[in-house]
Design a protein around this ligand. Sequence first.
Ligand SMILES: Nc1nc2c([nH]c(=O)n2[C@H]2C[C@H](O)[C@@H](COP(=O)(O)OP(=O)(O)OP(=O)(O)O)O2)c(=O)[nH]1
Length: 323
Amino acid sequence: MTVREAQVKEIHVAVAVIIRDERVLIARRPDHVHQGGLLEFPGGKVEPGESVQAALVREIAEETGLKVPEASLEPVIGIRHDYGDKRVFLDVWATRAAEGEPEGCEGQPVEWLDPDRLRDQDFPAANRPIIRALRLPAQLAITGTAASAGETIERLRSGLAGASQALVVLRAPAMTGPDYRQLAAAAVPVCEAAGAGLIVHGAPEVFYGTPGACGLHLPWREAAKQAERPIPVSAWLGVSCHDATEIDQAVAIGADYVTLGPVKPTLSHPEEPTMGWEAFGTLVSGAPVPVFGLGGLTLADLPEARQQGGQGIAGISFWWPEN
Ligand SMILES: Nc1nc2c([nH]c(=O)n2[C@H]2C[C@H](O)[C@@H](COP(=O)(O)OP(=O)(O)OP(=O)(O)O)O2)c(=O)[nH]1
């Protein structure tokens, strides 16, 4: 901690993502306050001695008139951000059970917006990861092994038919450059037909060589080489991370999400030491980016991953069809 950081006390802010009919409630901050004039999620400072859940219930009632049962609140993400004039910890929780019709009780306009319509530049800078977290699914499907490119495509098709997935990372480390690009070109329409987005895996050139890909997932060795974000903000950028230093680099190059693990032992990397949920949770709490748990996880692990502040789970076994 620097001397200035020690002098400027961090403010604990309870931030509410109120969801109804797949839209979120957004307010406008009054012009005269910190980060004034920008859009925001309802919320405010946690009072001394107050739990974050109690603060959320109170702030939501004060600002919007909505009644929210405390038990309906689920953790979304925690973000530490230094505005220079203020340091905040945004403790972000979601509810789908708000009762009543919202009104701007403090005179601020409020409206329901589709998460896809939320633009970074309309919100305070600390909100960027919240917007990412709302658009990302809770499962990140990664492709597993297959004997050939043709079989990979068949398994992809049947995996997507078995359980719908919003995002698929096409991981095929055994394939060389041109072969991988060919595979990716064949995978794009298969994913599109199933309503999924395809994220390519590898170096930035792979993304530029795959029209129709909706993102790039950088293995750590590729992420380590980047000095800045290698692809446009309109596409997803993910990074495979294993510790806090790697998460810092992912954030520095503008990653939209990271995977973190291995949380549990895996078939694909049985020799790697695992971190377990406690270490996962500690790393997530310091990460200003949505984090997917990775490594030996099944759908039964999803609640634990969310409880630890994670975005969800990433992996192969929960969706990839084996022989
Ligand atoms: N409510 C809210 N605050 C946010 C968001 N993003 C973000 O950076 N912040 C920052 C702005 C402020 O520095 C801080 C919230 O403080 P606030 O001033 O709104 O809190 P409050 O309602 O308790 O205000 P006050 O009456 O005590 O002044 O968090 C957001 O989406 N919602």
